[in-house]
Design a protein around this ligand. Structure first.
Ligand code: CS2
Ligand code: MN
Length: 366
């Protein structure tokens, strides 16, 4: 099976972009979806799943990829209550299977998902993008949570991983994590995955962990999936074809030392889902997200695409965050998830991909 292009959609009433809009982007087969009103740990019920999946299928797409089924903090911390939450996770996998779901993207980051200091930073051409100012993300997690929550309040828009209910309990959460060392977190991760693998085999659903974003510890919280060595360790720790990666080029390359194309070459068979995002680095350690065009950032988008293509990648791929263009402004666009730049990103990726396909066929014919 060839690679399948996807587009993340937040669902009816939760995303200004419609499935009809997405249909006009060439090449999109898969809608990457989720039940966005679910809290981590809750079971996704078949009737709730059916409602979204039927809408997606009626618009002519498949619903093969879910992003994300979030993991409850008690599982990451390793509390006795994790047993029930793991049971719930397993039940959610079972409930998703009859709808044709093939991949679940999730992350194993303590407390916070992606972290940025500015969600609408000027890029210099009139557009804006997500930005990370290193010295602003040092000691005060509450300040950052308050910044993200201010968007939620002002624009009635909540972000996965930044649920107001969880952010309201930050002190409690930090207290619960205080003895969770990096090694303990690895151990809790292994425990979780080993419990899930049998049901993954039974249902044919791959678990595809997202990279940590940014790929370093923040606010004293350990982060695991940060570079090639940690990815190697993860894949060996649970060496199972259903234990896979969501390889997010932008998350990894926030550390300029990470050569994403090399990681793709090494592990293409275990990458179930590819996120393509371009990042521009600044000398002081800050970074900005950029257009997908190779030369607009430092991530090496063309080398990465070549590594996927030539490695025979048969998984799902989607443009990750894009810039906010034209009329996309705070309040009418989900940060990083506008329509235009992600559509442009798809055309860039498919342009490169089609050309590589063509070159390969010509080579084979000679
Ligand atoms: C996204 C993540 O920021 C990103 O790169 O792809 O927020 C992703 O959706 C989650 O970490 C997956 O659980
Ligand atoms: Mn990503």
């Amino acid at each position: 099976m060839p690679m399948q292009m996807g587009f993340r959609w937040y669902g009816e009433g939760n995303d200004r972009i419609t499935l009809q809009d997405i249909r006009q982007i060439p090449g999109v087969r898969t809608i990457v979806w989720a039940l966005h009103d679910k809290m981590p740990g809750e079971v996704w019920q078949p009737d709730e799943i059916a409602k979204v999946v039927n809408t997606i299928k009626a618009a002519g797409f498949n619903a093969d990829v879910v992003e994300s089924v979030n993991v409850h903090d008690d599982i990451k911390i390793g509390l006795p209550t994790r047993e029930q939450y793991i049971e719930n996770y397993i039940q959610t996998i079972r409930n998703l299977a009859p709808f044709g779901v093939k991949v679940i993207c999730y992350n194993f980051m303590p407390i916070f998902d992606w972290t940025r200091s500015d969600l609408f930073h000027p890029v210099g051409d009139g557009s804006t993008a997500l930005f990370y100012q290193k010295d602003m993300i040092q000691d005060d997690p509450k300040e950052m949570a308050a910044y993200v929550m201010s968007f939620t309040e002002q624009y009635h828009m909540s972000f996965p991983g930044w649920e107001p209910e969880r952010m309201a309990k930050l002190d409690e959460l930090f207290e619960k994590y205080k003895d969770v060392t990096k090694e303990k977190l690895w151990e809790n991760f292994r425990y979780f995955l080993e419990k899930l693998m049998p049901v993954c085999h039974e249902t044919g659903i791959k678990m595809a962990v997202h990279m940590d974003d940014p790929p370093w510890d923040i606010f004293g919280l350990p982060r695991l999936l940060v570079d090639e060595a940690s990815i190697d360790r993860f894949l060996k720790m649970v060496d199972d074809p259903y234990n896979c990666l969501t390889l997010c080029s932008g998350s990894l390359n926030a550390n300029p030392e990470n050569n994403v194309a090399e990681i793709v070459k090494k592990h293409v068979d275990r990458i179930a889902f590819a996120h393509i995002r371009n990042v521009k680095h600044f000398a002081n350690g800050d970074f900005s997200e950029a257009s997908h065009r190779d030369c607009d950032g430092d991530t090496g988008i063309l080398d990465i695409l070549r590594a996927y293509h030539d490695g025979g990648f048969a998984g799902y791929i989607r443009p990750d965050h894009g810039r906010h263009l034209w009329d996309e402004k705070p309040g009418n666009v989900r940060p990083g998830y506008g329509l235009y730049d992600r559509a442009l990103g798809i055309m860039y990726m498919l342009g490169a991909w089609d050309l590589m396909d063509k070159e390969q066929t010509e080579k084979e014919c000679r």
